[in-house]
Write a protein that binds this ligand. Sequence first.
Ligand code: PLP
Length: 433
Amino acid sequence: MSTTTQSQKDFEQACKLLPGGVNSPVRAFKSVGGTPRFFAKASGAYVWDVDNNQYIDYVGSWGPMILGHTHPDVVKGVQETAALGMSFGAPCELEIDLAQLVIDMVPSIDVVRFVNSGSEATMSALRLARGFTGRDKFIKFDGGYHGHADGFLVKAGSGAATFGEPDSAGVPADYAKLTLTAPFNDIEAVKNLFAENKGEIACIFVEPVPGNTGVMLLNDNGFLQQLRDICDAEGALLIFDEVMCGFRVSAGGAQERFGIMPDLTCLGKIIGGGLPVGAYGGREEIMRKISPDGPVYQAGTLSGNPLAMRAGIETLSRLRVPGFYEDLERKTTRLVEGLLEGCKAAGVPAVANQVGAMFTVFFTELDAVTCCSDVSNHCDLAFFGKFFNAMLDEGVYLAPSQYEAAFMSAAHTDADVENTIAAASRALAKLTA
Ligand code: PLP
């Protein structure tokens, strides 16, 4: 077992000063137990904690670090830009360069607006959809996470689609009623919601590769195409939340991978290469409704910040190398296979969902995990916690929750992948001894 004395001291101190000792809840290790590691530095596929333990990192800052940590060109670019001014609160040319890259890469985006986080992107896109359609209600899917704005913190009632109830204290129940929810992959539930709320639904929000319940797969009946068709028929907008899967499952995101075009797309994570950037974009006719072109207000003191733009430019421009995504996917597939073989050898029932370079291994007796309630009702969350901590001891950093995706980066080598598989076999053997 590695020493974690300094992380423990830091966490005790942080708990006195910050709610739960953290600035974002899952970092607190509540669902897996143990002490959160405080990180001191990172390079490529590795992170080091304040006790100088090294980990192979499959969190990658929750997705952004697709090139690996501290990529020399990204660091150099940010340093150059910092020396010229950290923030102007006025237009700069880097905004044009990143906008051009995003528009070139993401097929459905004609015009884009930069913000500072994925949450800002989704809440702004929702306001825009409401402003454009003149309707107030919207649909999201059970377990879909679209950031922490009030209207998104709503879960579905058990099973059937239902009117929303707030998932967090502080969200007015009256406001949450505008959020309609349906189970993912359930097109009948979506049709029913439209039938029951004729002419009132502004948009459907969907993670085209759900990652916030652990990775989920689309069923094979063309769910996204059916959503596209319903939106067209009902005069509602289809909004892809590609904050996690954008630039991750292909250079053009899920819409390129699956060939379905949304009206609006929300982006985050990779688009900022590790600095705080979000964006929403889409059809010109809709995007021109945003202030100052149109009546939908949205603004930001630090939006389009030069450092963040430069980190995004340096990151995105390195994703278009031929074979980049094929290589990420090949390594991810090998890792998933190896992890499942390790589970089988240890007699631990498990299944995995993978799309491109994102995956989740679920500890379950089920043959397939297809929705959020499969995770809550049929996955061994306690065993996940033990596995997570055993992997930490083996020098592998996974997301501290069964409800999360893991991410491969370009910096992970085949040797890292094999070492991770071997580490998992040792961890599973210890846990089942
Ligand atoms: N949408 C999705 C699909 C996400 O995965 C996340 C964050 O994990 C968000 C929105 C919110 O992004 P942020 O944490 O940058 O506010």
